[in-house]
Design a protein around this ligand. Structure first.
Ligand SMILES: [Zn+2]
Length: 148
């Protein structure tokens, strides 16, 4: 099903952070105007970061149904699309979400805009794919680039 028609989540392809790259996370709080750092921790990057500016359009990569359209603390504005066959795509840190849950959308339909909501340092699209509950490399699923 997912090979029938695919779209790219952005209108150009510029990867700022690859899938499964190890990264150190260090967050801090401001206490009495000073940065107080939390203990750093290592995590795997289970998505692909694509460069974008706030307001740039984000497209659904394939036909499916929006099953989550919500704001979360870490993910920010988040959209999750169920493409059937246990395949899901996720779009994080969005500035705007164009559709509520339970909306059926087509490949290439604008679903929101790039933003920097949630736990991020700058505007980008964090794009993730899950197949049967496992995170998969997004580059394995869409062809690149389809637009310039
Ligand atoms: Zn990311």
């Amino acid at each position: 099903m997912i090979t029938n028609k695919l779209s790219h989540p952005r209108d150009f392809h510029y990867i700022t952070s690859e899938w499964y790259k190890t990264r150190f996370n260090q967050f801090y709080q401001i206490v009495n105007r000073k940065k107080v750092f939390f203990k750093p921790y290592k995590s795997l990057h289970k998505g692909l970061d694509l460069r974008g500016n706030i307001g740039d359009i984000v497209y659904a990569i394939a036909d499916g149904k929006i099953v989550i359209s919500e704001h979360f603390y870490y993910e920010g504005n988040f959209i999750l699309i169920n493409h059937g066959n246990k395949i899901f795509s996720g779009y994080m840190h969005l500035n705007e979400r164009f559709y509520p849950e339970n909306t059926y959308i087509k490949a290439g339909i604008p679903i929101g805009t790039v933003g920097k909501t949630g736990m991020v340092t700058g505007a980008h699209l964090h794009f993730a794919i899950w197949i049967d509950g496992f995170t998969a490399n997004p580059l394995s699923i869409f062809s690149l680039p389809i637009k310039n």
